[in-house]
Design a protein around this ligand. Structure first.
Ligand code: GLY
Ligand code: MN
Ligand code: MN
Length: 470
């Protein structure tokens, strides 16, 4: 687990990269109904990056002038100890973390004002609005967590992103642990799959695997036979033998580092004729994009490569008509593949998405307005140490395939009559969708698939489905 020594090194890197003081907030408890009933505490991701095991309400002032880091923590009280247990005192925390000083959180504004004098300080907006408001009262900035263009000073965001985007060995080790737990969840869900099982039972298998290892879902689990609903968080269906089960779930370690993996498998244990065709096309597109990962490659080119591979397969299946390059340039493939090929992955499942395209997109690059391409969350030139997902898919979405405007736009390029056959198959249950998603590290020489241990070859998946006794 990234420990205090590792985090101290990361803090020194930030101190070296800034020329004005920086105040970072962990955020506090968020109530889920009445004030004293809280959701599990999750520190802001940037704070987690710089501090191991941060406490709720922690704050930290980085001062490049004297290279100091002052950590602010809630005062230790007898009643807190009564309800929540004793925690180490300030002197011990200072020794453990290696920060310059530990001060009372209640004194944050006064101590910061004294230390800053006339100097300006900067902060980064965090999900806890009270913590953000407190920080803004000190720095005088006008930031808004919910506006990615106003989450923090661009130079500070860039400095933080440079660090967060390049994995240290300790951070990679954490991601590998998250992947191992994620593998157990996926394999367990495959093994317990059979017609008649409820989606919710499989969610229990997934979350049970996470919990057994002290992890939580890095995002709301997607486990559904309605895989064509891209972020489907409902689990109310009973599996039919013709259904495809799509599981998009990743474990998050207590350190925040996480995995994001998708697999799709047949409820019956055997892919049907059309499902096999679609699966093989998606797998081919995924492998083609992964194979192309190396330093210097533009992520958008991986997306286009995946799109061309999918489009080629869809032409073979008679669902698209025309030349592959022309179809992809015009965006016709997006009728079946409406999302981007992936995103940065780290302490956030969509890493640093709160910082918006100033981090996800390279300098001077702007998002396309085209349907499909507009959902590409990342367009960077790859560098060693970057982690991201590759996650193409093919979906039969009634809302898209039956939309009059789409039908008009793609007339002649999409065989909507043939697509309609997929929507109506299996007694009207429809085909659903297939997505295959892996977590990839860009290395000096190419890449490593961090999630390679999660089975995805068709035969391996078929062998696993239903293999659990009972
Ligand atoms: N789990 C959401 C995604 O794959 O982006
Ligand atoms: Mn993803
Ligand atoms: Mn995912």
């Amino acid at each position: 687990m990234p420990n205090h020594v590792h985090c101290q090194r990361r803090r020194a890197e930030l101190l070296a990269a800034i020329d004005t003081p920086v105040l970072l907030m962990a955020g506090g408890w968020i109530s889920r109904n009445y004030p004293a009933n809280w959701s599990p505490f999750r520190a802001d991701s940037t704070f987690l990056f710089f501090f191991a095991h941060p406490e709720p309400n922690a704050a930290a002032l980085f001062d490049p002038k004297d290279k100091s880091v002052t950590l602010f923590l809630d005062e230790r009280t007898a009643t807190d100890a009564l309800w929540h247990g004793t925690v180490p005192g300030f002197a011990e925390i200072r020794k453990l973390t290696g920060v310059t000083a530990v001060e009372k959180r209640a004194d944050l504004a006064a101590i910061a004002r004294k230390k800053l004098g006339k100097r300006a300080a900067r902060t980064i907006a965090v999900p806890d609005p009270r913590a953000t408001a407190e920080a803004l009262a000190i720095t005088g900035e006008h930031l808004d967590f919910y506006d990615t263009t106003k989450c923090g000073d661009p130079a500070l965001i860039a400095a933080v992103a440079r660090l967060r985007n390049h994995r240290s060995p300790e951070e990679l080790a954490e991601m590998r642990l998250a992947v191992a737990v994620t593998r157990e969840a996926h394999v367990g869900a495959m093994a317990r799959t059979r017609p008649g099982v409820r989606e919710q039972e499989l969610v229990g298998v997934v979350e049970g695997a996470f919990a057994r290892h002290g992890c939580v879902p890095a995002y709301n689990n997607i486990l559904s036979v309605r895989g064509e609903v891209l972020h489907n968080h409902a689990h109310g269906n009973v599996l039919h033998d013709t259904d495809l089960v799509l599981l998009d779930a990743g474990a998050e370690r207590p350190s925040g580092w996480c995995a994001d993996v998708t697999r799709t498998w047949p409820a019956s244990g055997v892919f049907g004729v059309e499902a096999r065709e679609v699966y093989d096309i998606v797998l081919a597109a995924e492998k083609a994009a992964i194979d192309a990962v190396r330093p210097g490659v533009r992520y958008r080119d991986l997306h286009m490569l995946a799109a061309r591979t999918l489009a080629d397969g869809l032409v073979q299946m008679g669902l698209l008509r025309g030349k592959v390059d022309d179809l992809v340039e015009k965006g016709a493939h997006a009728v079946f593949y409406p999302h981007g090929t992936g995103h940065l992955l780290g302490i956030d499942v969509h890493d640093m998405e709160a910082f918006g395209d100033q981090v996800g997109y390279g300098p001077g690059r702007v998002r396309s307005q085209q349907f499909g391409l507009g959902y590409l969350r990342m367009d960077l030139d790859l560098e060693p140490g970057m982690c991201f997902t590759i996650e193409p898919g093919i979906y039969f979405v009634p809302a898209i395939l039956r939309d009059a405007a789409f039908r008009k736009q793609w007339k002649g390029m999409v065989d909507f009559a043939r697509a309609e056959m997929f929507l109506g198959m299996h007694g009207g249950r429809g085909f659903g969708g297939v997505r295959i998603e892996d977590d990839v590290l860009c290395t000096e020489t190419g890449h490593e698939v961090l999630s390679a241990s999660v089975p995805k070859e068709r035969a391996a998946v078929e062998a696993l489905v239903g293999s659990a006794a009972g």
